[in-house]
Design a protein around this ligand. Structure first.
Ligand code: FES
Length: 86
């Protein structure tokens, strides 16, 4: 199946988590934290560390390690603080 990471098509396997697909993609998928801007990658892969937060289909702060990929999924790497539009 194909997912889209930052607008780029990426092949993924059925049953993969979003985090597994991101790590296998070869793309730079490091997010940065909201407070210090430190870089993070998925670490525990079991829902504990929250280092895998991504935006999936427009919904932010999803734990990529707990979400299975789906064909056509749109994934954005979170960079720092979210902007709130008014
Ligand atoms: S990788 Fe640790 S919560 Fe997802």
């Amino acid at each position: 199946m194909t997912i889209h990471v930052e607008g780029k098509p990426v092949n993924a396997r059925e049953g993969d988590s979003v985090s597994a697909a991101l790590l296998a993609s070869g793309l730079d998928v490091r997010r940065s934290t909201a407070v210090s801007g430190a870089t993070r990658l998925p670490y525990c892969m079991m829902g504990v560390c929250f280092d895998c937060l991504v935006t999936i289909d427009g919904v932010g702060n999803r734990q990529g390690c707990l979400v299975p990929v789906a064909d056509g999924m749109l994934i954005e790497v979170q960079k720092g603080k979210r902007e709130i539009s008014r």
